[in-house]
Design a protein around this ligand. Structure first.
Ligand SMILES: [Zn+2]
Length: 506
């Protein structure tokens, strides 16, 4: 049962005075590890945790009892979906290159353009941030597709994103993504990279200036992160300057590497090395680097990550959907590599990713005890914080920020259990998230956000996505109509006997 005091809290506000949270289980950090505290207590004041343990000895302004729930550190998402996920379009419509996932030469020659307006770009980030909060994610490093962009992300949309994070109460690490090149489709199945180095360097300069202006805004919720797109679409000079800038700004950089066969081929052709080998040769691997997704990393690549303190951003759901997995979560941990978790794609569900990560590791290792639920839960909290260079998030102890997620344990979908971590990981659904506090402020309660109606927003998201789909033929190989690009799962029933399904839009 939830005590009445919960109803006295206001969405979007930090409760005044000391607020005590208790539940059947509390996850408190002590002596280098999370501890499960039965009927434990967390006390927060002015956005910080001042007590995490069994019984708080002092006075509090209010006491909120969540009952059969876990009061947990909020989850950290290193590659957090901030998009209306366009991979859903090719999920059952393959190959991707034939369905608008790669720019055909004809589209490049005519001049790529933005497929969303500034308002649409701002809206999709706000909506995506809302979904992250609904799933118990309190810290996010946003990521979105560049396939439908004119080139890269823009400062304008990221200013809007920073304000959305501030309005909704989500801690973010971000700046606009940039790149020196992109893949162009020359013939069916034949992709080649094209480069424009100056454009990439300008993107980096914009990102640096964005971070200089935004760092620390909204009570410290806004933090810098440099996000060069992918190793195969960046020149050496761009990555050199990126890592130097990360040092100057004292922030992290995220670079997708060792994540697919096309990247491996392209890197061999351009540089005669894998992404991690190439980066290591030029002294660019360091603990400042976060590298999604490592599913195509060689043993040597992983050893390089371990030697240089690179963190892996692990998003097992999107990898598995594309037929790949990390080999393996347990092996990487054994090598001493720090792993943080990521959603990366729809659904923005971290608990689902923890279940998928546990399953993928056990399949990869062919052992049912290759990894335990706590290993994945550590990655989504402590691992993410370490990757971002922070010790004041991802754990609940005196002095940490009050970034907290409350997960129901008595939801009918959650199997009865004696251990809340196993229950949540095995449950595999963030839908049991009841409340989220970020920096002590109530950012989400029972599916509701401050000043943003997710049900209305979902209607807008649908309309915006349909608008994008209508533009797909323009940037798809030989420009077929939408109906030929994206087929329905089953023939669509029509009353006009004899009318061909292919002629029927859905
Ligand atoms: Zn990713």
């Amino acid at each position: 049962m939830t005590s009445d005091s919960l109803r006295t809290l206001t969405l979007g506000l930090r409760p005044a005075g000391r607020t005590l949270l208790t539940a059947q289980w509390v996850l408190a950090w002590r002596d280098g590890t999370h501890h499960l505290v039965p009927n434990g207590e967390i006390v927060m004041e002015d956005g910080a945790v001042i007590f995490a343990g069994r019984t708080f000895p002092g006075e509090v302004a209010r006491r909120i009892d969540f009952g059969a729930a876990l009061v947990s550190p909020g989850l950290i998402d290193l590659d957090a979906l901030s998009d209306l996920d366009t991979y859903t379009l090719v999920h059952d419509n393959q190959p991707g290159w034939a369905r608008g996932r790669i720019w055909p030469r004809s589209y490049v020659e005519r001049g790529p353009y933005e497929m969303y307006s500034e308002e649409e770009l701002a809206f999709q980030k706000r909506f995506a941030f809302g979904l992250l909060l609904l799933n118990g994610i309190t810290t996010a490093a946003p990521v979105a597709s560049l396939y439908y962009r004119e080139w890269a992300e823009t400062v304008t949309e990221f200013e809007a994103a920073a304000d959305a994070a501030g309005d909704l109460g989500l801690r973010v690490f971000l700046s606009p993504a940039y790149r020196s090149g992109g893949m162009v489709l020359e013939a069916p199945g034949k992709m080649v990279p094209v480069f424009d180095e100056e454009r990439g360097l300008k993107g980096l300069r914009d990102a640096v200036s964005f971070i200089e202006h935004q760092q620390g805004r909204h009570n410290g919720l806004i933090n810098g992160l440099l996000t060069p797109d992918r190793v195969e679409t960046c020149t050496l000079e761009l990555l050199r300057q990126t890592m130097a800038a990360a040092g100057d700004l004292d922030c992290r950089a995220r670079l997708h590497m060792a994540q697919g066969p096309l990247e491996l081929e392209t890197m061999q052709r351009l540089h005669g090395a894998t992404g991690p080998e190439w980066m290591a040769t030029h002294g660019l691997l360091s603990e400042r680097l976060i590298a999604p997704h490592a599913t195509y990393a060689s043993r040597r690549d992983l050893e390089l990550y371990a030697a240089h303190g690179v963190s892996i951003a692990h998003s097992p759901l999107v990898s598995a959907r594309m037929g790949s997995m990390l080999h393996s979560f347990a092996a990487c941990r054994e090598l001493g590599i720090n792993i943080g978790m990521a959603t990366d794609a729809a659904p923005s569900d971290m608990l689902m990713n923890l279940l998928m990560g546990l399953v993928a590791c056990r399949i990869s290792e062919k052992r049912s005890d290759a990894v335990l639920s706590a290993g994945l839960f550590d990655a989504a909290t402590l691992g993410g914080a370490k990757a971002l260079g922070r010790t004041d998030i991802g754990r609940l102890a005196p002095g940490t920020r009050a970034d907290i997620a409350v997960f129901r344990l008595d939801d009918p979908h959650m199997t009865p259990s004696v251990d809340p971590i196993t229950t949540l990981v095995l449950g595999g659904s963030g839908k049991v998230t009841q409340a989220v506090f970020v920096d002590g402020r109530l950012s989400m309660l029972e599916g509701k956000l401050a000043g943003f109606d997710m049900h209305e927003a979902r209607k807008q998201a649908q309309a915006q996505f349909e608008g994008l789909i209508a533009k797909y033929p323009d940037r798809s190989w030989e420009h077929p109509p939408v109906q030929a690009l994206f087929s329905p799962s089953y023939p669509v029933w029509t009353d006009a006997g004899g009318k061909n399904v292919e002629e029927t839009a859905f």
